[in-house]
Design a binder for this molecule. Structure first.
Ligand code: NAI
Ligand code: MG
Length: 359
């Protein structure tokens, strides 16, 4: 059956980087991948055209797609919009919510060729390959009640940290299954010494563990996890945690690799439908200059092939091609160092395509 892919270029460097990723997709199609690719507007560009960051036409196409590739949204042009519901970021949140994308997969991988780009010593990060599984549609970012109100003559702000057993269980299963396919170690991160909701989290993870006897489950408090991530990151394989802890830990882990322009991500729902995007934003400072790194977006296509389309062969081939161009010393400006050749967005896309074809 022909599967549907929706490409949402978005704003800033989004159109430039998704153009390169779309060329790789087309190369896969030429080699037999049976997909139909469509494009639509989201974010600021959608607001400019339709007055909404997530127009109904885009949402309908997203719902009908098997997988979505998103560039990035946002930029200074729309930062002054007073109506917060029209902000580009709302397009992204709306997609996550409407599609029920509860599982955010954030790999942090150090390419051996780029280990010197990390803020840590190369030997601490060389060969690093962590997968952080972040719950994305619950927890304190969505809990009710929430607000700022007057109490006893002063204003108080409050949020609610809430997870149900079923929410914990479904993200737990995603993490256990990933660990089974990887290094078979899962570290669940919580704050069970202080927060009841994470006592429940820990209980549910422990209850699931016997169903995955080949996976070694451990637990860690989030403050220690932050410390261990910068002390000895290679001790981790898969980490699973709630929305807020995952937000923070995954950004920290991303920076360990030293190259935000290299990191893809996936957000999945219960039926395996997924949205794939680079971890970075729309980089307005370099937009339109043909200098953005397209590799995170190209690697997002590889994740899409692996997790939503069941095509690990194509995924490996793309990842191999990226490794090859790095071996050859090609670098966009963000990852350039002494002795490498600095290339444009388009040149990088060309090189990956050539390596893909040659593989
Ligand atoms: P950013 O990730 O866009 O940029 C941070 C720095 O990294 C900039 O110096 C940028 O030039 C550089 N950079 C990012 N991606 C790059 C790439 N592929 N190649 C080379 N250099 C790259 O984060 P920032 O500056 O905080 O946000 C800019 C805009 O992006 C804001 O409007 C923000 O709201 C939006 N944003 C969107 C996200 C998304 O769509 N998922 C995520 C994060 C930010
Ligand atoms: Mg973040």
């Amino acid at each position: 059956m022909t599967r549907k892919i929706l490409v949402l270029p978005g704003d800033g460097i989004g159109p430039e980087i998704t153009a390169e990723a779309s060329r790789i997709l087309a190369a896969c199609q030429a080699r037999g991948l049976d997909v139909e690719v469509e494009e639509a507007l989201v974010g600021g560009s959608a607001y400019d055209e339709h007055g909404e960051p997530l127009p109904a036409v885009t949402l309908d196409k997203a719902k009908a797609a098997d997988a979505i590739l998103l560039g990035a949204v946002g930029g200074p042009k729309w930062d002054k919009l007073e109506d917060l519901s029209k902000r580009p970021e709302k397009g992204l949140l709306g997609l996550r919510k409407n599609l029920g994308l509860f599982a955010n997969l954030r790999p942090a991988i150090t390419y051996p060729q780029l280990a010197s780009a990390s803020s840590l010593k190369p030997e601490l990060v060389a060969g690093l390959d962590i997968m952080i599984v972040r719950e994305l549609t619950g927890g304190i970012y969505f809990g009710q009640p929430r607000g700022i109100e007057a109490r006893d003559g002063q204003r108080v702000g409050f949020n609610t940290y809430v997870y149900s057993e079923s929410e914990i269980e479904r993200i737990g299963r995603v993490a256990f299954e990933l660990a089974q396919k990887r290094g078979k170690r899962l570290c669940s991160v919580d704050k069970a010494n202080v927060l009841e909701v994470t006592i429940l989290w820990r209980e549910v993870m422990d209850r699931l563990a016997p169903e995955y006897p080949d996976v070694e489950l451990s637990h860690m408090y989030v403050d220690n996890a932050a410390m261990q991530l910068v002390r000895a990151p290679k001790q981790f394989d898969v980490m699973v945690t709630g929305n807020m802890f995952g937000d923070i830990l995954s950004d920290a882990a991303a920076m360990l690799t030293g190259s935000i322009g290299m990191l893809p991500s996936a957000s999945l729902n219960e039926s395996g439908q997924g949205m794939y995007e680079p971890c970075h934003g729309s980089a307005p400072d370099i937009a339109g200059q043909n200098m953005a790194n397209p590799l995170a977006t190209i690697l997002s296509v590889a994740m899409m092939l692996r997790y939503s389309l069941g095509e690990p062969g194509f995924a490996q081939r793309i990842e191999g091609a990226v490794g090859k161009v790095l071996d050859d010393g090609l670098r966009t400006a963000d990852i350039a160092s002494e002795g490498t050749r600095t290339v444009s967005t388009r040149d990088m896309g060309d090189a990956v395509l050539t390596a893909f074809e040659a593989a």
